[in-house]
Ligand binder design. Structure first.
Ligand code: UD1
Length: 419
């Protein structure tokens, strides 16, 4: 299993280009199952989760042609696709559940593996299932699979989520696109990736409008040939912004939409970063002294992204005083804390709140990755620790960060991949 060797502390300077958003690309790829006409998706990130989704689509019968740089995919579906999403593919990536909505909507049946839990929490799919049921899907869970069918086209209705869920909102929107009549979905997640999804579908002829957290969909019979470019990855953007802030860096971050990272940039400004924002790039300089921040709380968009929580915790370890972070989205998302403690971090966790004593002199150590965002936090921490750190199981990082070691090496981080 690959490892990273990082020698700190590093000074970082230079330019970095942000890749396409993994979490948007995954859902757009799943939505291509609705199409009979060809779809071209550009700006796909070259990360393992995208390969998994492409393999899942291929296993269903989609014909996929990738450009030489693997950033553009042309997807052409046969009139009839298979409707079986196997455990072997779904178990490696929970986002595979996103094929359920389009399969049931387009082909009126699906057998999709029930996704398991994961390191950061239980992550059930009850909201996905109950919303699809309201649209007309009938299902049974047998031997680890969701056996689902519908009597022909789904039927538009009103759905209200009792809790905001990104994935359930996406699955329901995709399914409702081809449903008969009008669907009103209330209390939706409105993350930028979801707006990217509805922009994409509307480009293909879907009829979707928004009013706050309510999504209104008028079903159409079919979708048109479409060519679409995936939005930039806001979490990769935020990660590089934290890298610059924590390491007295001086970075120009390109190919992004600063509006999608506004809340997190405000936190970094509070911590002392100097930030200049342009239409599609950011200049960011890290301060000599990082200010502590009390009461950082993760929340659904437009709040602070839970996917930025671990990176902000590393930042607070280097702040000049006590900070606190409350995780409100996932029940077990502080796995990185015990690894950071191995570097010398002083973090106390009570329930979903972490209190961090700053001013820590971090010292390199051997570390273990546990999930995607926890792993990137360890990379950031190793960058500002004295001496050598080894990060094991970097396959977690490869799931969602394109060429991370190349991008970091280019801006001055001493990082090596050991095979
Ligand atoms: C997506 C993102 C993930 C991000 C998360 C929150 C992708 C591929 N992943 O995950 O990176 O951290 O949004 O912004 O886009 N829940 C239920 N029942 C359900 C669905 C969700 O109880 O049916 C709970 C979850 O356990 C969690 C909370 O709702 O506690 C939010 O989860 P959700 O927004 O659905 O996250 P994902 O779509 O899985």
């Amino acid at each position: 299993m690959d490892k990273f060797l990082i020698e700190g502390p590093c000074k970082i300077k230079g330019k970095v280009k942000i890749s396409g958003a993994k979490n948007s690309a995954l859902v757009l790829l799943a939505a291509t199952l609705l199409f009979e006409k060809p779809v071209t998706l550009k700006n796909l990130p070259r990360v393992r989760d995208i390969n998994t989704m492409l393999n899942l689509l291929k296993s269903l019968g989609s014909k996929i042609t990738l450009s030489k740089d693997r950033k553009t995919a042309r997807i052409q579906n046969k009139k009839k696709l298979k409707t079986f999403a196997s455990y072997s593919l779904v178990k490696t990536m929970r986002a595979s559940i996103l094929v359920l909505g389009p399969l049931i909507s387009k082909f009126h049946k699906s057998t999709t593996s029930y996704p398991g839990g994961c390191n950061i929490g239980l992550r059930p799919v009850n909201y996905h299932l109950s919303a699809l049921k309201k649209l007309g899907m009938k299902y049974q869970i047998k031997k680890g699979y969701i056996h689902a069918k519908s009597n022909g086209r789904l039927l538009g209705t009103t759905i209200k989520f009792s809790k905001i869920s990104v994935g359930a909102t996406e699955n329901t929107i995709i399914a409702a696109c081809l449903a008969r009549g009008k669907t009103i979905i209330k209390n939706c997640a409105i993350e930028p990736e979801i707006k990217d999804l509805t922009n994409f579908l509307n480009c293909a002829g879907a009829k979707i409008t928004w009013k706050g957290r309510t999504c209104l969909i008028t079903g159409v019979n079919s979708l048109n040939e479409t060519d679409y470019s995936v939005m930039a990855d806001r979490i990769e953007t935020g990660t590089f912004c934290v890298a610059a802030t924590i390491a007295q860096g001086d970075l120009e971050i390109q190919n992004l939409n600063p509006k999608n990272i506004k809340t997190e940039l405000n936190i970094l400004k509070k911590a002392g970063a100097k930030i200049r924002v342009f239409e599609n790039k950011i200049f960011i300089k890290g301060p000599k002294v990082i200010k502590p921040i009390k009461n950082i709380k993760t929340k659904e968009w437009p709040g602070i992204a839970t996917d930025m929580q671990s990176q902000l915790m590393v930042l607070m370890c280097k702040a000049n005083g006590e900070s606190s972070i409350t995780e409100n989205i996932f029940e077990n998302r502080f796995l990185h804390a015990s690894e950071l403690q191995r570097l010398g971090a002083k973090i106390k966790i009570i329930n979903n709140k972490a209190t961090i004593q700053g001013n820590t002199k971090l010292i390199g150590a051997e570390l273990m990755s546990s999930d995607l965002r926890a792993s990137v936090a360890l990379v950031l921490a190793a960058m500002v620790s004295r001496g050598k750190s080894t990060i094991n199981r970097v396959y977690h990082l490869d799931r969602g960060y394109e060429n991370i070691e190349k991008k970091l090496r280019k801006i001055g981080v001493k990082i090596k991949r050991l095979k």
